[in-house]
Design a protein around this ligand. Structure first.
Ligand code: PMP
Length: 400
């Protein structure tokens, strides 16, 4: 019955790794997927995660029973606290409904399905450009996806006026997807003053903010500072949604652990929202997995382990910042034409290099360097050893 089925294309981001794996060259370099690597180019399991896992394994009172549809209660409480702040009035007033979901993607999808079922406005605005999965997640939930201007290729910075214009002309009530920090793919974030203007516009027009927080701690190295934009919106007493991922900041990629929080105006609303979230989740995957969320809850609950996490997180963020500086210096020392200061200005895991798809194809063919065709490179995949090779490739691509 499937004899005539067309072959689906590879995922534009994950497909980069498929191509990379097929390349026999010893000097090949994968800068496509946003996963942290050590200076030695190896995946990293944080010490604090190993420590939490040991505690879990040694605790023979634990079992593998199903957990509730909404996930582990401790994990949900602590996740809301992590993003909204320990003293958040919304938490104290019990107006936040939090459910454990399958990492950031699952949290976005559950949020999108909930909105499609229960929210009166079916249009969602996403940044131009954005992470490639965003439009698909929202469209498959049945929402209509529109874009708002965000990135200005001429300045390689924020198109703030375009953003204000586009959100200003969005229909009242429209959902606005916001990257909480470390915008993917551009590495360009609004300043605190710009965030405040965005907040005022969103509130004055009655738009509904939906934060995607996939990199908390990775932009500045501080979990609290990176949560500021979200907290600014919660502090005004209005509603918002937040999808959190622990893939990057705790290195729990494959454990698929994340949370969706819906901040409401009153406790009884939050409780009804949670009851409806259960109806969204039950037929999708019934209940979430236990292991990753137990690791996170163990760490967030314990003062010492939490402190250790902040140190290891800062080390990852600092290594990425040092890669930015090294790549910038390497291009400068080669006299590579163009202004490369955006490499040190942009933040988070990615640099939006400004290289076009032809230059990217050239670098892959001649230098075995793999990245998405929009010229995005994952700084987390670079090391002191590989920076010169990348700088040579960029230099050759822009001077040929
Ligand atoms: N949002 C953004 C902007 C991302 O970059 C990612 C990961 N690439 C995610 C969400 C979700 O990732 P995950 O499902 O692995 O948590």
């Amino acid at each position: 019955v499937f004899a005539n089925l067309a072959r689906a294309p590879e995922d534009p981001i994950l497909g980069v790794t498929v191509a990379f794996n097929k390349d026999p060259s010893p000097s090949k370099l994968n800068l496509g997927v946003g996963a942290y690597r050590t200076e030695e180019g190896k995946p990293l399991v944080l010490n604090v995660v190993r420590q939490a896992e040991k505690l879990l394994v040694n605790d023979i009172s634990r079992n593998k029973e199903y957990i509730p549809i909404v996930g582990l209660a401790d994990f949900n409480k602590l996740s809301a606290k992590l993003i909204l702040g320990a003293n958040s009035p919304a938490i104290q007033e019990n107006r936040v409904a939090t459910v454990q979901c399958l990492s950031g993607t699952g949290s976005l999808r559950v949020g999108a399905e909930f909105l499609a079922r229960h929210y009166h406005q079916r249009t969602v605005y996403i940044t131009q450009p954005t992470w490639g999965n965003h439009p698909k997640v929202f469209a498959l939930a049945g929402l209509s996806v529109k874009t708002y201007r965000y990135y200005d290729p001429t300045t390689r910075g924020l198109n703030f006026l375009g953003l204000l214009e586009d959100l200003g002309s969005a229909p009242s009530g429209a959902i606005v997807l916001l990257h909480a920090c470390a915008h993917n793919p551009t590495g360009v974030d609004p300043t605190p003053a710009q965030w405040e203007q965005i907040r005022q516009l969103i509130r004055s027009k009655g738009l509904l903010p939906f934060f995607d927080s996939a990199y908390q701690g990775f932009a500045s190295g501080s979990l609290d500072r990176d949560a500021e934009p979200v907290r600014m919106f919660v502090a005004d007493g209005g509603e918002c949604l937040v999808a959190q991922s622990y893939a990057k900041n705790l290195g729990l990629y494959g454990e698929r652990v994340g949370a969706l929080s819906i901040v409401c105006k009153a406790a009884d609303v939050a409780s009804r929202v949670e009851s409806q979230l259960k109806l969204v989740i039950r037929p999708m995957y019934s209940s979430p997995p236990i292991h990753g969320a137990s690791i996170v809850a163990t760490i967030l609950k314990d003062r010492n382990m939490y402190h250790q996490w902040t140190i290891e997180l800062k080390e990852m963020a600092d290594r990425i910042i040092s890669m930015r500086q090294q790549l910038f210096n390497a291009l400068k020392s080669r006299g590579t034409p163009g202004d490369w200061s955006h490499i040190i200005k942009q933040i988070g895991m990615f640099t939006f290099t400004g290289l076009n798809s032809k230059q990217v194809a050239f670098m892959t063919k001649e230098y075995h360097i793999y990245m998405t065709s929009d010229g995005r490179i994952s700084m987390a995949g670079l090391s002191s050893r590989t920076v010169p090779h990348l700088a040579d490739a960029i230099h050759a691509a822009v001077t040929r």
